[in-house]
Design a protein around this ligand. Structure first.
Ligand SMILES: C[S@@+](CC[C@H](N)C(=O)[O-])C[C@H]1O[C@@H](n2cnc3c(N)ncnc32)[C@H](O)[C@@H]1O
Length: 250
C-alpha cells in the first residue's frame, strides 16, 4: 500500500453528478455519466413547467444569460460553464435576481449534451465567445468541431437555431465550415454566412471587452433542418405566447 492509495481512492470514487439549488454538478474526468438519473429538462423537477428550453454554452460569468432570463421569463434558460468560480458568479446573480427560469450546469458542454440532454428537447442554442485557442497547435481544443456539431444536431428541435458569436476570424471560418459540413444545419445568413451587427442581441463580458478594444464581432446563425427520420419531434420553435414576449427573437 502506498500512502496516496487511501486518500485519493475513496475521494475519487465517491464523485458523482448531483443537482443542488438549481445547479447540476458534473464531475470532471468522470466516466459513469449514464448511472445518473437525469430528470427530463421539460419535467417538473427542473423548471416546474413545460416552457421552451434555450441553452447558452460557455456562459462565463453569466452576464448575457442572466439578462436573457430576466427579459424573457417564459423561456427556460440553461447556462453551461466548466469553471467553478464562474458558475458561482452565475449562481449568485440568479439568486439575487430571483430567477426561477434559469438552470446552471457546472460541467463540460460536450458531456452535458451527450449524457444529460434528450434528443430534440432544446428549442434554441447559443455560444458566445467560445475560447478561440488561437495558436494553430492548440486548435484541436476548440469546442466547435464535428463531434460537437453532431451532438447539437441531436438535441436541437428541427426548426430551432444556434447562434454563435466570436471576435476571432480564423475560428469564425472554422465554425462556418464545420456547420456547413454537417447536413443537419443550414445557414440563416447569406454568403459570407456571418454578420457584424445583430440588433438587440444582448451583451456579455467578452462582448463589451472586444467592442471597447475596437474588434469586429462576428455573428453566425444556423437552423436545424427537418429530417424525415425525425418522425415524432416536439413542436419546433418557441410557443407563440413565448415568442410574443421575446425581447430577442432568434
Ligand atoms: C472566452 S469565455 C466567454 C464567456 C462568456 N460567454 C462571455 O462572452 O463573456 C469562454 C468560456 O467558456 C468556458 N468553456 C470553455 N470550454 C468549455 C466547455 N467545453 N464547456 C463549458 N464551458 C467551457 C470557459 O470556462 C469560459 O468561461
Amino acid at each position: 500500500m502506498k500512502l496516496n492509495d487511501l486518500k485519493n481512492k475513496y475521494l475519487w470514487d465517491d464523485r458523482r453528478p448531483f443537482i443542488q439549488d438549481n445547479v447540476l454538478m458534473i464531475p470532471h474526468h468522470y466516466s459513469l455519466h449514464d448511472k445518473f438519473d437525469m430528470p427530463h429538462l421539460h419535467s417538473n423537477e427542473i423548471f416546474g413547467n413545460d416552457n421552451p428550453v434555450y441553452i447558452e454554452f460557455c456562459s462565463g460569468n453569466g452576464e448575457w444569460v442572466i439578462e436573457m432570463a430576466k427579459s424573457n421569463p417564459s423561456i427556460n434558460w440553461i447556462a453551461v460553464e466548466c469553471k467553478f468560480k464562474r458558475v458561482s458568479k452565475i449562481w449568485s446573480k440568479m439568486k439575487n435576481n430571483g430567477l426561477d427560469n434559469l438552470f446552471i450546469v457546472y460541467g463540460k458542454a460536450e458531456e452535458f449534451c451527450k449524457y444529460y440532454t434528450s434528443k430534440q428537447s432544446i428549442e434554441n442554442l447559443f455560444i458566445n465567445f467560445p475560447d478561440p485557442w488561437f495558436k494553430k497547435k492548440h486548435a484541436k481544443h476548440r469546442l466547435i468541431q464535428q463531434s460537437f456539431v453532431e451532438q447539437l444536431a441531436t438535441i436541437c428541435n428541427p426548426g430551432g437555431c444556434i447562434l454563435i458569436v466570436t471576435d476571432n476570424s480564423p475560428y469564425r471560418d472554422q465554425i462556418i465550415d464545420e456547420m456547413r459540413l454537417h447536413n443537419s444545419w443550414e445557414n440563416v445568413f447569406d454568403d459570407p454566412f456571418y454578420k457584424k451587427e445583430y440588433e438587440n442581441y444582448g451583451s456579455s463580458f467578452f462582448h463589451k471587452l472586444w467592442i471597447s478594444l475596437g474588434r469586429d464581432i462576428h455573428y453566425m446563425k444556423f437552423r436545424r433542418k427537418s429530417e424525415q427520420r425525425d418522425s415524432n419531434p416536439r413542436p419546433s420553435g418557441p410557443k407563440p405566447d413565448a415568442l410574443a414576449k421575446l425581447r430577442y427573437a432568434p
